[in-house]
Design a protein around this ligand. Sequence first.
Ligand SMILES: C[S@@+](CC[C@H](N)C(=O)[O-])C[C@H]1O[C@@H](n2cnc3c(N)ncnc32)[C@H](O)[C@@H]1O
Length: 285
Amino acid sequence: MQTDLENGFLVEISDAEMRSIQDAILKRYDVDFHNYEPKSFKRRLLRIYRKFNFTSSFDLWSRTLKDKDFIHEFINEVSVGLTALFRDPEFWQTLQELIKKEIIYQKEIHIWHAGCSSGEEIYTAGIIWEELKITHKVKSLATDISSNALNAAKSGAIVKAKAPEYQRNFLQFNPKGNFDQYFTEDAKNLYVKKEYFSYVNFVNSNLIMDELAYMDTDKYDIVFCRNVLIYFNSQAKTIVIDKIFKALKPGGFLIVGFLDSLVSYLDEDRFEYYNMNQRIFRKKI
Ligand SMILES: C[S@@+](CC[C@H](N)C(=O)[O-])C[C@H]1O[C@@H](n2cnc3c(N)ncnc32)[C@H](O)[C@@H]1O
C-alpha cells in the first residue's frame, strides 16, 4: 500500500490501489467508476482523503463498508462540476445562429443537458431561448450524477462573487444585452428568474450506467454534453455516445466541450461535423 504522505495525507495513489477502491465501490454500492480517466480520478480521490481525513485507502474502504450513505458524498466529491455562465461566448453566438437557421421554426424543441452540473449551462441556454423568443416551445431534460449539483441547478442561485465574470461573458455574447434583467438578487446571490428554467426536468442519473427508461429515441434536437466526456475512458465514451446517438433526432445536434476529444468515437456513418471549431456535430439523417 502507498505510504507517500504529506502532512499526514496521501499524495499519490497507485493504479492497483485506485482499482481496488473502484472494485469496492462497485461491489458495495453497484456504482461503477472503472471508466473514469485515471489521472483525474486519482486527483479527486486525494481530495476526498483530505476532506474526510483519510490517511490511507484502508480508511476509505472501512468508511465505504460501514456507512451505507457515504456513496452520495463520494459521488458528489468525485464529480467536480466546473462550469460558468456563457462559458465560451463565441460558442453561444454560433449556437444562436444555428437555432435561427435550423430549429426556430419547429413547434416544440427538445433539449438534453447531459452532465448539467450546477446549472450555469442551463441558465445560459434559457437566456438565449428568451432572447430568441422560443422559451414557450422548449422542453429540457437536465441530468447529472451529482445530487449536490442538481440541487444547486434547481435553485437558480449564483454567488455574487462570480457575477462580474459572468457579466463579462454575457456582454461578449451580446454587447447590447442587459444582463441584470434575467436575475433577482439578495445580499449573497443572484437568482436566475424562474421563467428561464421552469421548463427543465432535473434527473439524477449516471450517464454510463443508467438507462433513461423514460427517454424516447430520436427525440432531442440538441444534446449538450460539454466537458463531461473528458473524464471518461474510451469504453465509457463509446457507451455514452451510443446513448446520445439514440436519443438524438436524425438531423439533431450533439455539442461537446473543447477538450472532449471525440473524433474517433463519432463514426462517419452516424455523425457529421456541423461546426468543427465549436465542436458541434450532427446526427446523419
Ligand atoms: C465539468 S462539469 C460540466 C458542466 C457543464 N456541462 C459545462 O460544460 O459547463 C461535468 C459534470 O459531469 C457530471 N458527471 C460526471 N460523471 C458523470 C456521469 N457518469 N453521469 C452523469 N454526469 C456525470 C459531473 O457531476 C459534473 O457536474
